[in-house]
Write a new protein. Structure first.
Lengths: 194, 194
DNA sequence: AGATTAGCGGAGGCACCCCTCCGTTTCAAC
DNA sequence: GTTGAAACGGAGGGGTGCCTCCGCTAATCT
């Protein structure tokens, strides 16, 4: 577990209130926010989030003084999950491991938009730590695949994640088109090694 | 010039008012809308667009009864330009022509977001005609490159444009990163031919 | 069970946006 | 230059979202 990942998970642990009703509301808010950010991106309405959570707007603001706080927390949660997935995949063969992780990255429909918005948006300590943590999670997989000669050596984890998140953020009316397009781009990622 | 392109350019010609002041305002609104949509996507504020154009909100609504009208017109303009570029490139060698056109597609910073939003959003006759027109413009370039054995045969113009627009829609803090990432993906587009 | 106090929720003030309507201005035809 | 008509623009009503504040509720502690 990288040090950044520790920072991220500690950041998460420190938030949850102790009183049972407060903790319940906190969880409901996070779930609602996750949904809302997935649907409308980082601009989702806070009042709508409170409504979805079945909670007064005041409660939302008590837990998350600003939109950024809330967004950071949701984002950190997702990144944390992704880091765990990367660890699980460490045993697979190099290309499979990398590919599987990227697949998970894409499948994170819930936060896809949030992750993209966060890659784009302004910086903050939490965002930086999260991004670093996500890179730390993916980088070993990438490097292993590169050492195995299955991935071109001139690509960085930063490049790779932006590539994949861009492709996965477009709408694909046709069934299976997203996977097809992604596969084409990943051929490029492997190209130099074939 | 494809029949869709004719539909698109006729749609455009029919709008501009005859009276000189009205025509001036129409142009100013279009330019302002182009800017605003580029900055904020299809959700840009109409009042802000009128303000940028130095025109009352009433004038905006007289020219474009709904947001969709305005958006369609801006979009049709851009698509029209892209079609012309494709024709100009017809003389270049196959891969260069395709690559150059895609480059232009990316460089269309002005409407990048609008084009993406339009690819994603709901359908309308105008959008369908525009998309068709854009595909008609790119398809010959793609097919020529495929016949020349420089591009994998199993990719469609639809795939290719979604791939490129996804990649170009992400934020790249690092100078030149967008081009690097795009080049990697385009290696995948050529992969099967190498 | 009662007292304490953390936590709740929503009313309300502010800002922004949408869109309509109509009194005023400007064009262009004669 | 006059005049009719086309075009202008912005005030204003309705809606939604942001955020604060404070009287009320209910969890926790003893």
């Amino acid at each position: 577990m990288s040090s950044e990942q520790v920072v991220v998970s500690e950041f998460l642990a420190a938030q949850r209130p102790r009183r049972t009703d407060a903790a319940r509301n906190f969880d409901a808010l996070l779930a609602a926010a996750r949904e809302a950010f997935a649907e409308h991106g980082a601009e989702a309405s806070l009042e709508d989030i409170a409504r979805r959570a079945g909670v007064g707007i005041g409660t939302l603001y008590r837990n998350f003084p600003t939109r950024k706080h809330l967004f950071e927390t949701v984002y950190a949660n997702e990144v944390n999950d992704l880091s765990l997935v990367a660890e699980e995949l460490a045993g697979e063969p190099p290309w499979q491991a990398l590919h599987g992780w990227l697949q998970r990255f894409v499948d994170y429909t819930v936060t896809k938009r949030a992750i993209r918005d966060a890659l784009a948006g302004e910086e903050s300590d939490v965002f930086l730590a999260c991004r670093k943590s996500m890179f730390d999670a993916g980088e070993p997989l990438l490097e292993r695949a590169q050492r195995a000669g299955q991935v071109r050596p001139d690509i960085t984890i930063d490049d790779l994640l932006r590539l994949v998140s861009g492709i996965s953020s477009v709408a694909y009316p046709e069934e299976g088109q997203r996977d097809r397009v992604l596969a084409i781009a990943l051929d490029g990622v492997r190209a130099a090694a074939r």
